[in-house]
Structure formats: C-alpha cells, structure tokens
Write a protein that binds this ligand. Structure first.
Ligand SMILES: *Cc1c(COP(=O)(O)O)cnc(C)c1O
Length: 466
C-alpha cells in the first residue's frame, strides 16, 4: 500500500509527545497510541493500517453529506482563488456571506431571517448569551440577564457555552458556571422517570422551567436554551408533552427561547431543522456542525425579526469574531446546502434511510443487553442495562459498559460513541440501506462481545434501585 506519511508507530509517538487531545485522558491515550485516520469517503474512514471503518457518528455529528465530495473541493478552490479572506467588521461584506445569510433565511422556519456568524457552535452560543442580555437592555429591561439551561445539556466548551450546558464534569474544572446561569433537569424518562408515565414526566420536567422562572423572578430571566433532542447528553428524545409546555411557559413569562440546533439542523431529524420536527418556535436558533458538513468550521445564531431589529436599533453591538462568515467556510456551507437540496438528502432521511434505520435500530431492543432503543431521523441511542424490566443501571460505575462497547465497536471497524452506558449514533445522512445493514451487523457483534465480557468480568450486576 502506498503511504505518503510516517509509519503508524512514529505518528503515534509524535502525537503523544506534542498533541493535546480534547476531552481525553492524555496519559491514558499516550500509553496506547491514537488511531491515525488518513482518509475518508462517504460513510467510510480509512486508518493508517489500511482498515476501513464505518463511521456511524458522522465525525462528531457533523458530516451530513458524507466525506470527500469532490464538488466541495472544487468550491473551496474556486473561493480561495476568488477571495481568500475579508472581514465583515468595517462596513464591508462579501458575496459568500450575503448569499449564505439569505439562503439560511430562506431555509429556516418562521421569521428567523437574520444570521450572526461564528466559527463553531460554542462561539455561536457565547454570542447568544451576550445577545439576549443586550436585547433585554435595549428593550428597557436590563435586569433580565439570567439564562436557564438544563442539567446534562450540551452547548459547547467555552466558558459561556459550557456554563449554559449542564455537564457537571465540565463545570468542576475551571469554576463554572459563570454567574447568572441556572439549570433545570432534563426530560430523560428512562433514567429519571421512575413510576410516572412518560407524558406526565414530560409535563413535570417542563414545569420545572416555570417554577425556576417564578423562583428567580421573570424580570430577571432573559432566555431558556435547550437542544430539541439532547445529543452529547445521550440522544434523549423527550416525551411528546415536553416541548409544547416549554413553549407555553416561555411565551407566558416573556422569556426568549433559544433552540440549539447544532446537531438537529440540516436534515438530521428528517426536516431541515429539529424545531420543525418537534413543532418548536424559537426566537434564536444556534447552528453549526451539519451547516458545512464539517468541511470547514462555521456556525451562526439565526435571529427572529424582533430580536434582530432590536439589536440593530440599539447602536453598536460590541461583539464579533475575526473569521465570522469566513469566505471559505461560507462558500463551503453554501455548496453543502446545494448538495443537500440537489441530492434530496433531507427526503432520503425522512422517507428512505431514516425509516429503514428506525426499523433495524428499534429491533435491537431484543438484544439481552438493550433496555431502550430510541431514534428520531438519523440520531439514535440504545441504553444498556443489566435488567430491562426494572430499567436498572449497572452496579459498576456509569460508563463502564459503554466504554467496553465503544472499544468492541472500534475493534470491529465501527464508530459508535458512548455517553455513560448509552451508545449513540448519528450517521452521515447519505448512508445507504446496504450500509445500514453492515452497520447493524457490526453493532450486534459488538453488543454480543460486550455482553460476553460483562458476564466474564462479573459486571452484569444491577445497582440497587433508587
Ligand atoms: C457540538 C455542539 C455544540 C458546540 O459546537 P462546537 O462547534 O464544538 O463548538 C453546541 N451545541 C450542541 C447541541 C452541540 O452538539
């Protein structure tokens, strides 16, 4: 095999010596060596030893159109030859920025007609945090500053976005959350619903928002932020009663609603945006990831007419990123959207690959290790359990079984991620039914091997209830 790179062991040694990985136990990884990914096409990754790996995570929830599309390479070359960079700070704009903003306004539901660009989901959510406070000040309500998020929500990794998120293991490092951020519980019926019916539980969890607003005083609350379907929290599909009640509460208490669509946007749920699938009407939408299918970093806050007009009429908004609406990223986002449209990829999710995957995925509930199998469009999860009937957790630390399963998947040339003892998937939207068959076969093999190892290691014991 032709190799245009150093041997794997040398790359791993250099990686260990010089490269700090995000969300990683550095010493642990450096001891065993990172797997070196050298190429990718469609839903397939290639590693430096020549293995072909089926990527059921679309990179990090982002490669919606699949890897290695030549049209994207051509669009990048065209844009760099035409205009490699210009900023948008000093009363200038450029063609990709204008065209992309107008295209997003056309695609986004309701009157989300205005884009404020960023380079990632984290940055866009930091923008949202400043923007909602600036908005209420402009409206003559400067005390409305608190933003409410959810425990186990994920909104990014900067100081602001990690504070909006509810990942306690992130808050523990670096002294988070920042002031004027509050959290309510997530609508995770399987883990936390106890004896209540899912719909009752969904209502109860939504009403925690109302209780929190009343406790803090509506005059002090600026916004509520949530993912339509939690992604990094484990692909938690909320009970049907949840979102309509959240919507009512935000409206009645005069709180802005921010839908973090960084994962659910650009076709993942079978509509262009998760807000359409779940009938949510946000004032602000965060987008990133599938916006460019990961071909270049880009994100944005999409604002309603009211929010945008209020900000525009309030003088200078002292905020922005050098590379906001970067011409290369914007051109790639536009080409990505063109491919999504011309190849009818959202329809493929809604009517072809989505229903096919749903049938196969939900059938995993028959596996002895699987206690829950949920899926909406092209994002799904399975919960592993030592006892389905009681929805028991393992006695071993949360994440022990998940880690074993992830390792078994990787050994079987399949990428599934684990969130605790949930396995989550978010494949490229272009996955074919044949590839889904291969994916499910590898998933079952990996679950069988995980089950065998858990039994052999005495790890199938259930935690005491409660
Ligand atoms: C990934 C993610 C983010 C953060 O985006 P980055 O591009 O990693 O900064 C924010 N919100 C959600 C829902 C995400 O999944």
């Amino acid at each position: 095999m032709f190799e245009n790179h150093l041997p794997t062991a040398e790359l791993q040694a250099l990686d260990a010596a010089h490269h700090m990985h995000p969300f990683t136990d550095g010493a642990g990884l450096n001891k065993k060596g990172a797997r070196v990914i050298t190429g990718a096409s469609g839903v397939w990754l290639t590693d430096s030893d020549g293995n072909r790996i089926l990527d059921a995570m679309a990179g990090l929830w982002c490669v919606n159109i699949g890897y290695g599309r030549p049209e994207m390479a051509d669009a990048a070359a065209r844009q760099i030859n035409q205009l490699s960079f210009y900023n948008t700070f000093f009363q200038t704009t450029h063609v990709p920025a204008v065209t992309l903003a107008a295209k997003l306004a056309e695609l986004a539901p309701y009157d989300l007609n205005h884009a404020f660009f960023a380079n990632s989901g984290s940055e866009a959510n930091d923008t949202n945090l400043r923007l909602v406070r600036h908005y209420w000040k402009a409206k003559g309500k400067p005390t409305k500053r608190i933003v409410i998020g959810r425990w186990n929500g994920y909104h990014g990794s900067t100081m602001g976005s990690a504070s909006l998120g509810g990942m306690k293991f992130m808050h523990e490092q670096g002294g988070l959350p920042i002031p004027d951020v509050a959290h309510i519980d997530q609508p995770d019926w399987w883990m936390q619903g106890g004896d209540s019916a899912p719909d009752d539980f969904g209502l109860a969890r939504a009403r925690q928002l109302e209780a929190k607003i009343i406790a803090l005083g509506a005059d002090n609350v600026a916004a509520f932020i949530a993912e339509p379907i939690q992604g990094s929290g484990g692909v938690i599909v909320p009970p049907a009663t949840y979102w309509p009640e959240i919507q009512r509460i935000c409206r009645e208490h005069n709180i802005l609603l921010i839908a973090d669509e960084v994962i659910t946007g650009f076709g993942r749920t079978g509509r262009w945006f998760g807000s359409e699938t779940l009938d949510i009407r946000p004032d602000i939408m965060t987008i990133a990831k599938g916006m460019s299918s990961g071909y270049a970093p880009i994100g944005a806050s999409l604002l309603s007419d009211d929010v945008a007009d209020t900000i525009n009429d309030a003088g200078e908004f002292n905020h922005g990123y050098t590379y906001a609406a970067h011409p290369l990223s914007a051109a790639l986002a536009l080409e990505n959207i063109r491919i999504l449209e011309d190849d009818d990829i959202v329809d493929h999710v809604a009517n072809v690959a989505g229903p096919y995957l749903k049938e196969k995925w939900e059938a995993l509930i028959d596996h002895p290790l699987v206690g829950d199998a949920s899926i909406l469009g092209m994002m799904g999860s399975i919960r592993m359990t030592p006892d389905k009937a009681s929805r028991a957790k393992f006695k071993a630390d949360e994440g022990t079984a998940g880690y074993i399963c992830r390792e078994r998947c990787f050994a079987n040339n399949l990428v599934m991620r684990h969130v605790g003892d949930r396995m989550v998937i978010s494949p490229p939207l272009v996955i074919t039914t044949d590839e889904i068959d291969m994916f499910i076969a590898r998933a079952i093999t990996s679950l069988d091997e995980t089950h065998a190892k858990l039994k052999a290691d005495g790890l199938m014991e259930a935690a005491p209830a409660g």
